[in-house]
Design a binder for this molecule. Structure first.
Ligand code: KG4
Ligand code: ZN
Length: 350
């Protein structure tokens, strides 16, 4: 049987998830297998690059076999292999890229490289099941908010985007993770902070600053993180989260989340108005945050798209999806690109 060129096997190993997925026509998820390493890194309160690489080596063959089986597909059905080239941890990226090269060579398949941040943008095009909803109307302003990136991007048409702004220091997810650690919560901090805020009866009780950086679409979260540190020192007899009650932790977590959500949603809504966008999106791990989705929806005058289940945090379905829309053939001597940025990939402004 001739391989279906629209059926792409995606491989993702840029950080701490080993993932493989099969996607048809850039949109329909046939399978989406994610092996999370969270438990291996939890003890250290963050991702340890060396551990990440080794875990990818251990998991990748099995994860890929499971993705093909779940899609009810064999190698002969696959039309291309797509793999994350960057940005990410170099050792972790190398595992995925070399695995993909080996498979592509052995099976005689085209090898496509994908920018991980760009793949997050295309995660809102993905669907499960046979009913294919209409694609989001363009232009779209998309907020990429993950552990490594916070960028505001305008997608004028499929395959053509422009970065409007970015974080000057910490990524939003990184701020959640660091503040989670300051508050003695479990890793990753984002979901832990969101759970903690649910125990806070008044989310306005602790007021923390917002870095508006007015006149730009840029973000900054390091001052907020320092404000949380001072707050913990002030309120805790021991100067650390150990001296805080559960109610105090919940109130500080809520104050922090309110500040992040306020700035992210306001800048997204302003960019939508300024550029006359017809839709908005929030993608990346932080898009799982309910308060962020609700606040953005309340402020927006256009429909808000968010990734479906299992495609907001790192996954390979978005890699296979992005490769369909922006196929970038790779040679067998292609290297990983740990610092690959969205701007340098911007073909619209090139
Ligand atoms: O996109 P992702 O899986 O990995 C990167 O490319 O970085 O994002 C992971 C980030 C972590 O920082 C995590 O704390 C954050 O997304 N995150 C959340 C939530 N779920 C995950 N942040 C806030 N609220 C959440 N519910
Ligand atoms: Zn990501």
């Amino acid at each position: 049987m001739r391989p279906d060129s629209s059926l792409i096997l995606g491989i993702e190993t840029s950080c701490d998830e080993t993932a493989a997925a099969v996607v048809a026509g850039g949109r329909v998820i046939r399978s989406n297998v994610i092996s999370s390493q969270v438990s291996a890194h939890q003890l250290f309160g963050g991702v340890v690059p060396e551990i990440a690489s080794r875990q990818h080596v251990l998991a990748i063959t099995n994860v890929t076999a499971r993705a093909l089986a779940a899609a009810n597909a064999g190698w002969s059905d696959v039309g291309a292999i797509a793999v994350t080239r960057g940005p990410g941890l170099s050792g972790a990226l190398l595992v995925g890229l070399n695995f993909a090269k080996g498979v592509a060579l052995a099976r005689g398949l085209p090898l496509l490289g994908v920018n991980h941040v760009e793949a997050h943008l295309y995660s809102v095009w993905l669907t499960v099941g046979n009913a294919l909803p209409p694609p989001p109307p363009l232009p779209m302003v998309s907020l990429v908010a993950s552990g490594g990136h916070t960028e505001l991007v305008i997608i004028e048409e499929i395959g053509s985007h422009r970065r409007l702004g970015h974080t000057l220091d910490d990524a939003a997810g990184e701020a959640f993770d660091k503040v989670g650690r300051l508050l003695g919560l479990s890793y990753p901090g984002g979901p832990a902070i969101e759970r903690a805020t649910a125990r806070c009866p008044d989310v306005q009780a602790v007021q923390l600053p917002r870095a508006w950086l007015s006149g730009t679409y840029d973000f900054s979260f390091s001052g907020l993180k320092t404000a949380v540190l001072h707050c913990v020192r002030r309120e805790s007899a021991e100067g650390t989260a150990d001296g805080l009650t559960e109610a105090q932790i919940a109130a500080i977590a809520a104050g922090f989340q309110e500040s992040v959500v306020d700035v992210l949603s306001a800048k997204l809504a302003r960019a939508v108005e300024d550029f006359g966008a017809r839709s908005a999106a929030i993608v990346g791990g932080v898009s799982a945050n309910r308060a962020l989705r609700d606040k953005a929806e309340a402020r927006l005058s256009v429909p808000l798209y968010v990734p479906g289940p299992n495609v907001s945090t790192d996954n390979a379905a978005m890699i296979a999806g992005a490769a369909y829309y922006r196929p970038e053939p790779l040679d067998y001597d292609a290297d990983v690109a740990p610092s690959l940025s969205l701007a340098s990939e911007d073909r619209a402004s090139a």
